[in-house]
Write a protein that binds this ligand. Structure first.
Ligand SMILES: Nc1ncnc2c1ncn2[C@@H]1O[C@H](COP(=O)(O)OP(=O)(O)O)[C@@H](O)[C@H]1O
Ligand SMILES: [Mg+2]
Length: 392
């Protein structure tokens, strides 16, 4: 059953990692092996529970197996230090810990609604991927804009997942703020790496944080990052290359974008809040594996639209409803949580959290608890910008 246990698992992992490190420091081999085994086990469970991070967790589990098997045979960096970057590649770019180089396991089916947007992105991806006459220049970049939590990152991950492309998930703000001096070099090495690992999808999030207006260190770095990003975006257009490197960028505030940035993204796609039907699809995706036969999805969909829920809000609603359900179904555990807390991890592993049907009450309660941060003004601002500058 597909209950969200990832939070619990992450805290178990943290605890076991701490104990592993402590054992390693004391050269206590027995416990080094024990906690490496536990970490591997938890990583494998996380791989199941967090599908979009599946590969990263499986890789980490393998490293923990290795740590268990090689304990005491060679001095080594801890797995935690190596694993935290979530990167598989050994090139220069992976040394900048913020950006995750991943293979994405997200597929188009994981996205509810957005049918038109999906087919637009699919079209771009397919055309870019096909062998074609030299004179036909495919789009190299797409800008996704819309309120937060509407699935922009998810769309980029699905594009990468379907192409089996290397997925670079880059937050531009952290590049700028953390590597002020070196930021522009980072963009160059990002694209170098993307070429090396092509086909690649480079997802540049928070594009709006490239601001030119302020006159300080950050905006100096911003300018350099922009210049080097534009060089990369322009450069690919001219190079005769059959390597696919597609740049998808996203912003929640497109009106803050510089003209120079905008002009490099002639394809600008509005990602709106889900409509009633899309809300129902997202709820189905987010409750996959659970019994939803008692739910009036029409009704929940309608209420979700009235609440201005984004996909992320709906995810939170579903998680909240699932929590109510698990509490209800597993009274024996919840009523006994203090005793349960005394159990060791191994003993806990032997017990199972049961799942039952989700009910309308679970959802009604969740809807009263989860509030959309958006105002009608935020929404109309996106619509206005779309009318003026949106283009597909
Ligand atoms: N259309 C959608 N279909 C399914 N899940 C969605 C959708 N939109 C958002 N979500 C859920 O909300 C989370 C956040 O979405 P995300 O793509 O990060 O939003 P954004 O990048 O637009 O801020 C996703 O991981 C997913 O679980
Ligand atoms: Mg995002």
């Amino acid at each position: 059953m597909n209950i969200d246990l990832s939070g619990v698992l992450y805290s178990q992992l943290k605890e076991a990692e701490g104990k592993y490190k402590a054992a390693l420091a004391k050269n206590d081999l027995e416990n080094v092996k024990k906690y490496a085994k536990i970490c591997a086990n938890v990583e494998r469970q996380l791989a199941q529970k967090v599908p979009d991070q599946m590969k990263a967790h499986i890789d980490k589990a393998k490293r923990w197996d290795e740590a268990d098997q090689t304990a005491g045979t060679a001095p080594r960096k801890t797995v935690v230090e190596r694993g935290e970057r979530g990167s598989e590649s050994e090139d220069d770019f992976s040394s900048f810990g913020d950006t995750q180089i991943q293979t994405s396991t997200v597929t188009w089916k994981d996205i509810g609604g957005l049918a038109e947007v999906k087919s637009l992105i699919m079209e771009t991806v397919v055309i870019a991927g096909l062998s074609k006459p030299e004179s036909i220049k495919p789009d190299k970049g797409i800008l996704l804009f819309g309120p937060p939590g509407t699935g922009k990152t998810l769309l980029a991950a699905a594009a990468a997942g379907s192409l089996k492309a290397t997925f670079y998930n880059v937050k531009i703000s952290s590049i700028i703020s953390k590597y002020v001096g070196d930021s522009s070099k980072l963009i160059t090495s990002l694209y170098e790496s993307a070429r090396k690992h092509a086909p690649s999808i480079v997802f540049i999030d928070e594009l709006d944080s490239i601001t030119m207006s302020r006159d300080d260190d950050q905006s100096e770095a911003s300018r350099k990052v922009l210049a080097s990003l534009l060089t990369e975006l322009d450069g690919f257009q001219d190079k005769k290359s059959d390597k696919l490197i597609l740049t998808l960028s996203a912003t929640n505030t497109p009106w803050k974008l510089d003209d120079a940035v905008l002009s490099r993204f002639p394809k600008r796609i509005h990602i709106p809040l889900p409509d009633k039907k899309a809300c129902q699809e997202i709820i189905k995706i987010q409750t996959k594996g659970l019994d939803i036969s008692q739910l009036d999805l029409e009704n929940i969909g309608e209420r979700s639209v009235n609440q201005h829920y984004s996909g992320r809000d709906l995810q939170n609603v579903c998680r909240d409803a699932m929590k109510s359900m698990t509490r209800r179904i597993n009274k024996d555990i919840y009523d006994n949580i203090e005793n349960m807390a005394e159990l060791s991890f191994d003993e806990l592993q032997k017990k199972t959290l049961k799942a039952g049907p989700l009910t309308m009450e679970d959802f009604t309660l969740a809807i009263t608890r989860i509030k959309s941060p958006l105002t009608p003004k935020d929404l109309s601002q996106h619509e206005e910008w779309n009318k003026q500058f949106g283009a597909s």
